[in-house]
Design a protein. Structure first.
Length: 154
């Protein structure tokens, strides 16, 4: 069930929209902000609240790569693997992060602190190689600065 806070936030998203279903992306983001990810149960609850089918909501949720349909850590690291980032150091950042966090791409650390995910493009080629942690864009990033960067996210 959606919490009262989630319902209130979704209703705020809907205020300037022409119909309930137009708030689907906003509703998915609201639930993710509150729960860190969007479960199948949450998809059904959002669908009911927006007068949509669960399949319609799931289609939207799975189209956007920043809607997490599996549990993620407290902080999500999105590592850009675009051609520009790849040429300018993606592999060294990936190797460092995998060693330091003891996880592979798509996994979460055992303490639930970080999830490491690839992303095709962050739109930050001028700052390559780039990554995002939560909603914070960082770049250019070098492997020897990653430890200090990670310390900013307890």
């Amino acid at each position: 069930m959606l919490t009262e806070a989630e319902k209130r936030d979704i209703l705020e998203e809907m205020e300037a929209l022409p119909e309930r279903r137009a708030a689907c992306i906003g509703a998915l983001n609201v639930v993710q902000r509150h729960r860190r990810w969007v479960s199948d149960e949450s998809v059904r609850d959002i669908a009911e609240f927006l007068e949509m089918t669960p399949d319609e909501v799931d289609n939207v949720a799975t189209f956007y790569n920043l809607i997490f349909r599996r549990p993620v850590g407290r902080h999500v690291i999105l590592l850009c693997n675009s051609a520009t980032c790849w040429m300018l150091g993606y592999e060294s950042l990936l190797d460092w992060l995998k060693r330091r966090l003891e996880i592979e791409l798509g996994q979460t650390t055992s303490d639930d602190r970080f999830t490491l995910l690839p992303v095709v493009c962050l739109g930050a080629c001028d700052r390559a190689p780039a990554l995002m942690i939560d909603e914070d864009l960082h770049g250019p990033v070098e492997a020897d600065t990653l430890e200090a960067l990670l310390e900013q996210y307890p």
